[in-house]
Each structure stands twice: as structure tokens, then as C-alpha cells.
Design a protein around this ligand. Sequence first.
Ligand SMILES: NC(=O)C1=CN([C@@H]2O[C@H](COP(=O)(O)OP(=O)(O)OC[C@H]3O[C@@H](n4cnc5c(N)ncnc54)[C@H](O)[C@@H]3O)[C@@H](O)[C@H]2O)[C@@H](O)CC1
Ligand SMILES: [K+]
Length: 535
Amino acid sequence: MIEAVTSDRIRAAEGPLLAAGTPLMERAAHQVALRVADVLRARAGAVAGARVVVLVGAGNNGGDGLHAAALLARRGARVTAALLAERAHAGGVAAARAAGVRLVASPGKDRPSALPDVPRAAQVAVARESLAAHVVVDALCGIGARGALRGSAARVVREINRGRDGSDTFVVAVDVPSGIGVDDGVVPGPVLAADLVLACGGPVAGLLLPPAARLAPVVEVLDLGVDVPDPGEQVVRRLEDADVRALWPVPHATDDKYARGVVAIVAGSRTYPGAGVLCAGAAVASGAGMVRYVGPRRAEDLVLAAHPEVVPGDGRAQAWVVGPGLEPDDEDAERLVRAALGRAGAGSEAHFAATGVWGSGAGATDGGVVPVVVDAGALALLPTRCAPWVVLTPHAGELARLLTSRGRPVSRSAVEAAPAEHAAEAARLTGATILLKGATTVVVGRGGVLAQADAPAWLATAGAGDVLAGLLGTLLAGRAADAVRDPALVARLAALAALVHGRAAHDANPGGPVSASAVLAQLPRTVARLLALPA
Ligand SMILES: NC(=O)C1=CN([C@@H]2O[C@H](COP(=O)(O)OP(=O)(O)OC[C@H]3O[C@@H](n4cnc5c(N)ncnc54)[C@H](O)[C@@H]3O)[C@@H](O)[C@H]2O)[C@@H](O)CC1
Ligand SMILES: [K+]
């Protein structure tokens, strides 16, 4: 599991070391130079003679970049450092100059203003040189950045981005891609997408959160000897493949189908029967002990034809999945959804407030409260407050509608610009755990925030959400008693579903198109592959 913290935690951890004179910048620069040298060897054959451009900002992030530039120049690389702010780290500039780094666009005494403009011609020249370099090092700003990139830095980044399509420029970002919201993952202006991020001491939350996460696909942590203390709830987590085994409900030798978990599905309609087929099929394929299906006759026939192991009709279940492919104004479906939500125990919060415990573990298996996955059409049928083992699985548009219906009017694009913030708002307003679907899926629940970026872009396809809902139903049914006892587990299981869903899409057809049916068919093998990994 990757854990990322807010930038103030990193600063608090670094503070005492800096006060004691620990050379953190030198350590960071040394490790950045080593990793850039690796990349240069892979891309240019050798460090000596390879072309590097370092984009340098005003603060210590720029200092890291300048010291790394000096180390690379001493190993024979042809390094240009573009100083794109009103000032630059003095020690770094001296080291770079002494090592033979070419310094350009340096703001001189004639440009003393707070945000000087490097002349346009120089900006274009820096961008051109960057696009022709073997590696560009982005050291414009790190955890000290506030708001969108400004001034010459912004203009040079825009210029590089304009030429980046079709160029194979490799960008190494020091600490973060400059200009992202380091704590909330927003992208308020131009940012250079990184191929590799070298996080100084520990990753900050913004690296894992959408939309910034897509600009930081590979994050490596540089060990600077900084110990970040327990961050409590101020943490964003990402499950990795090695976490699957500890969380997955693997059956015991003595379990029967009921003990393994029964999932009941209310999905699909006369118009959209396929959603029922995919959702129920995913619950079967991910290993539920039994799957029940309740829906109109046409959908039921298709579900049973595709998955004869599904049991039609209502009945006891350890988890419910409601909503995929339901038609609005379908009174039968509405009644079933409300009944399922009733089984989740809307009064659980009052019980928790009174007793300090969420629910009895036995309840979930004895016909008491059960986890419920609420997707698509069922999102409009929520009670005022939900228990945290109710998991809502909206996409950005559905989340915008949900928030708007609860008196927080917001557009889909606003949700997309700050998904974690809006998912947290929905969790606060409803009490439920929120799984917000997207290229990076955000889960907000009792245990904090998780962000999964496991899905190939090909997975943005009709029916993929129905598969995810069925898969999550199986996980919640298999661990229903644990989930009700410990709601933090609910968020982890939701993130686990997103991880396995994304991996199955990749495994089904690496690098190419994938249908929801192909993901479903791949699930058993992907689960087996992940369970075989060492924890
Ligand atoms: N704090 C530490 O102990 C260490 C910090 N290190 C590096 O130092 C960085 C933090 O350094 P700083 O606190 O100096 O801050 P940064 O270097 O991240 O950035 C702050 C500087 O950038 C400018 N700036 C802020 N927002 C901007 C914007 N939107 N557009 C353009 N310029 C902007 C500010 O004027 C300020 O001068 C870390 O990210 C890391 O790279 C490493 O050297 C290791 C040790
Ligand atoms: K940076």
C-alpha cells in the first residue's frame, strides 16, 4: 500500500532534521542525479554527452534541480539549467556554474520585479531545447507552490506542452509535477506531465489524487532519512497488487455457499437487461457463494441464460447490489431498492452514536444489517442518512446530481476538477462510503481516502460500471460481518474492487480495447493471479 500525506506533514518531519543541519537538499539532489543518470543510460546509451534541460524555479525545489544539474554535468552530461523565476537558489546556482552547467534565461539585475518575464524568444528557445533533450528535469516548484504556475515558468511549460505531441521527451519531476495542488490533486493551470516523479522523503497526497494523478503515473520515493510520523486521517492510500491477498475473502475448506457470502442483485430492466447480466455475472465470476437476481422477466431470462448458476428471486443475502440499468419510474425496482437500503439499517448511525459500536458482526449474517452497493438509477432513492457500509458508486455526473439534490449545486465539470473534495462532501452529506468512478477512482469512507489508478483508458466503456458493482457486491458479501463491525474496511474493499477491475481489464487485452464482457470473463484468472502474489 502506498500512503501519501499532506505537505505540512512532510515539512514537519523535515523541520528537525534541517534545524540539525542535515543536508537534505544535497541528499535529494544526489538521488535525483542517480535516477536521471539511469534514464539517460537507457535513452541515450550513456550519461556523458547526453542532453539534459533542468527547469528551475525560485525555491528549494529549484535548488534540488540545480544541484542535480551540477552532479550530472560533472559526469559529462550536457546540461542546461533554465532559471525561470525572479530568483534562484544561490548555492545551487554556484554549484551548477562551477560544474559547467549552461545557465540560461537568468533574470538579471535589469529585471528585478516580483515575477519577471524571461523574454518570449528565450522562453521559446528553452522549450525547443527541452523538446530535443534526452531528459527534462522539472524543478520549477514543489510543495511550496501555491495555485497555478505563473510567469515565465507557466509560459515555458505551455510552450513545451504545445510541442510535446509527437516528441518523446522524458520528463522527471522533482518531488511533484510543478503546478499541481500538492494536497488536493487539482490541476489549476499548465503542468508538464511527468514520466517519472521522484518524491523527496515521501509522496504528497496530490500525487495520488485525480486529476493530478494522471500527470504522475510513476512515483518513486527518495529516501532522505525523513520519518513522517503517523499521519492519522490526513492520508491518501493506494492499494497495490500485494494488498489483494490480505483483503480478499478467500474461502476456508469448511465454508459452504452461504458462509462464503450471498449477493443479491437488483439490476437490469426491460430496456437495459444487459446491466443485470453483467452485474450478476461479475458477482459470480469474482467468487460469490451464491448470487440471487431480482428483475423483470426478460432480464431474468437473459441473466439465467448467461449465468445458469444465478438463483432467481428475493431471499436472504449478505450484501445487495442495486441500481445498474434500472429504468426510472419502475415501481417494482424502486420497492426492491428501498427494501435493500432498509436492510442496510438507516438507523445505524444513531446506534453508533448511542453505543460507540457500529453493529454486531453477527447481524450481517443473521438477517440483520447488510452492506449495499448503490449504483446508477438507485442513487436517486437514498434515504437521508446511510450507514457507512452503504457504498455509492457514482461517476462525476451522478455525483454532481446527488450533491445538487442535497442542496449543494455543482456541475459535472466542477466535480471532475476536484473529485476528492466532492466525494468527501458526498460522504459527509449522506454518511455512505463513496466510490467515485473515473480514470483515477476515489473512495472516501470512514477509514479516509483511497485513490486507485489501475484502469487502462480502454476501460471507459459501456457496462464496465455494472461489472464493478457486481464485483464489489461479492467482496462485501464475503466480508459482510467484518465490514459492519469495522466500516473502515468498507472503503478498502471498494478500492480493492477498483484495483481488481482495472487489472482484469488490462489482463484481458494488454494495451488494446476491452469490453465489459471481456473484463467479466477475465476476473477469475486475474483474481487467481493476484492471490498468488506474496503479500
Ligand atoms: N523542505 C525540505 O527540507 C526539503 C525540501 N526539498 C525540496 O524543496 C521543495 C520545497 O521548497 P520550497 O518551500 O522552497 O518551495 P518550492 O521550491 O516548492 O516553491 C516555492 C517557490 O516557488 C514560488 N512559487 C510558489 N507558487 C508558485 C507558482 N504557482 N508559480 C510559480 N512559482 C511559484 C514561490 O515564489 C517560491 O519561491 C520540496 O518540494 C523539495 O523539492 C528538498 O530539497 C529536500 C528537503
Ligand atoms: K517539481
